[in-house]
Design a protein around this ligand. Sequence first.
Ligand code: ZN
Length: 159
Amino acid sequence: MNVSQDTVVTFHYTVRDEEGVELDSSRGREPLSYLHGANNIIPGLESALEGRGEGESLTVTIPPEEAYGEYLDALVEAVPRAAFGDHEVEVGMRFEAQTNRGPISVVVTNVEGDLVTVDGNHPLAGKSLTFEVTIEKVRPATAEELAHGHAHGEGGHDH
Ligand code: ZN
């Protein structure tokens, strides 16, 4: 069976950045399962897998706009140290920030005097990502999976 709308795809992947540095890999652990056509994975990878079959391997480079989006300077903000109350604030710490678009995860990128710089971009924003994928299994989605909008079972959700 080939990957198409409403199939559940189980695959192994390794993802690298532009410099070839491995960012993440499923190899050596459970493969990932997702519901195809339901925006469960980044758009560029979903379209690269369309029509592929079980056992197929592919390598695809996905530009930022088809992955985790462009890096947006607007998501970088300097906030007063006082906004963190009694919290210890160090570069690299992550916080949930309330914004007018809902809560987002931000990382502290600089602390200087009374000003703390936070960055709300996804850690992979602005990056082209190269995926090496091996498709382990393709099967039709169950009615329950379609209702939930995600895959269940091996490598998928457990509810
Ligand atoms: Zn579910």
